[in-house]
Design a protein around this ligand. Sequence first.
Ligand code: SF4
Ligand code: SF4
Length: 347
Amino acid sequence: MKEAYIYNKLENKVVRCNACFRKCIIPEGKLGFCMVKKNIDGKLYSLVYGKLVAENLDPIEKKPLFHFWPGSTAYSIATVGCNYRCQFCCNWDISQEREIIGSNRTPEDVVDQARKYRATAISYTYTEPTINIEFAYDTSKIASQYGIKNTFVTNGSMSVEAIDLISKYLDAATVDFKGNANKNFYLKRMTVPGVDHIFEGLLALKEKKVHIEITNLVVPKEGDFMEDLRALAKWIVDNLGPDVPFHVLRFFPNYLMNDVPPTPVETIEKSIKLAKDFGLRYVYAGNLPGHESENTYCPKCGTLLIERNGFFVTKVNLTKDNKCPKCGEKIPILGEAKISSFSLFNL
Ligand code: SF4
Ligand code: SF4
C-alpha cells in the first residue's frame, strides 16, 4: 500500500483522486471507480503498489510502438484493475479483477529484471497504468537513471496532473481509441462518458514531448464508422501532425462481446485508406499478422523501409540517420531500427 501521489483532501475526511479523468470523490472507507484506490482515514492509498500480476519481456512492436526503437524489447508489467469497463477487453481477467492479487515487487526489482533482459524499455501495460501511477513513477525514475526508456500503453484517461508528473520520465505512450472514438460506443460498451479527456491528454503529452502512437480498435457494426473515423483522423492531423503513427486494430470476439464477429479484413483496409486520405502518413494494420500494412513504407517514394511480421521486424532498409535510402526522406523514427531477436521470446 502506498499513499497516492495525486489527490486532494476535502472536508469530513473525503478525498478527490486526480489521477485520471474520473476525478473520483471518495468518502472515508470507500474505493474509487478503479477499485484499487482506497480512502483510509481521510488519506488516499493505492492498494496495488508493487502488486504485479504480469511480468513479460515483449517485442516493443506488441505495444504497439513502430517508430520507437523498432526491433527492441520492453519489459512489460501490470497490476489488477482498470478505470474502464470494456466489454471486449482481452485482459479482462486482470483488468476487471476485484481482488488485490499479484507478486510483491519493488521498483528496483522491476528495473533489475529489465536490465537482466537488456530491455530497451519498461512498459506499463495490459491494464490501465494511470490507476497505479505511483508505482510507474517510482519505477520509471530509477529506470531512467540506467538509460532504460519508459512507455505507457494507455486508454488515454490520464489527467493533465498525472501527465505533468509522469512525463518527467515517460518517453513514449501508445494511446488507445476504440470504436473510432464514437461517444455512444464508449458509453454503451465501455461505461465511459465521452472522449474529450483523451484528446486533452494527447495535447498534454505532445506539449511534454512524449513520443505518441495511436491505436484505434475497429469494431464491426458499431457507430457511424466512416464519419467517426474521418473526424478522428482529421483531429490527429490538425492537432498532432501527419507523422503520428496510427494503428488500425482488428477486433476479435472476447469477454462480453463474444457474439460479435471479427472485423472483416476489408474494413481494416478501407479504414487504413481513409486515414491516409485524410493525411496520416504512417498507418498500420494491427492484429493482422502477415498483412503488408504492418510494414513501414516511405511516404514520398513508396520504398519498403521496415518489414514486419506480427510483432517482429524481419528486415530493415533505412540509412543510419533513419532516412529513406532511395529518396532521402527523413523518417520520424526514434532510435536505431534492428531485426528482432526471436531467441529472446518463448515462441
Ligand atoms: S485512478 Fe481514476 S478511477 Fe481510480 S480512484 Fe483515481 S480518479 Fe477514480
Ligand atoms: S481500457 Fe484496456 S484494460 Fe481497461 S477494460 Fe478497456 S481494454 Fe481492458
